[in-house]
Ligand binder design. Sequence first.
Ligand code: AMP
Length: 213
Amino acid sequence: MRIILLGPPGSGKGTQAEMICKEFHWPHISTGEIFRENLKKGTVLGKKVSTYLEKGLLVPDDVTISIVKKRLKKADCRDGYVLDGFPRSISQAIALEKIAKPDKVVMIDLKDEEIIKRLSKRRICTKCGNLTSTDLLKNGKCEKCGGKVETRKDDSPKIVKERLKKQRLPQEIINFYLVRGVFEVVLAMGTREHVFENIKRVLFRVRKKNDKN
Ligand code: AMP
């Protein structure tokens, strides 16, 4: 099953993508994560995208499409995957149709006020990369590995406002998937387990439909 997970920063899409992949044994492909990894390693791609990430702007389509194309060709994507944070422009959506049509596009939605509240609490572990919240830390350290946590550069209030303004999912993309009958919205309110149950319900429906065909 090819699943796309979309949603504003702070909607918990990364967490949900990981939960889905663990349950269904699919790879989690996050364009944001690929960019951050390259930035950390100082690769050519990292250098190319650093200004965009630091300013909260979208990386140009040609760069993003080519990394996704390359990643989806790998053998681990054969039986399915969760694509997290792609497409974010209509050109990306059109390009993806040519690579592999998604079975379902799930948008996790959340109000701006809630996003800002959540992101002000969000921390990233410098040791294991776990994205967490100040509510979950154990003695101020990562609840998973005990590593030191910090605020992600692009989670500063100024950059968050910019990301929300510039990175709202274009209605064009929603329409694109609505007419193809694969679009679904799941509200990001409640616990992560509650949101996950709602997403699972959607995925089981897709699986049932695929099994019938
Ligand atoms: P995310 O972790 O999904 O919030 O992405 C972090 C950053 O990576 C974004 O603020 C963008 O600068 C960049 N990025 C991630 N995915 C895309 C995409 N599909 N198109 C363009 N830029 C992206």
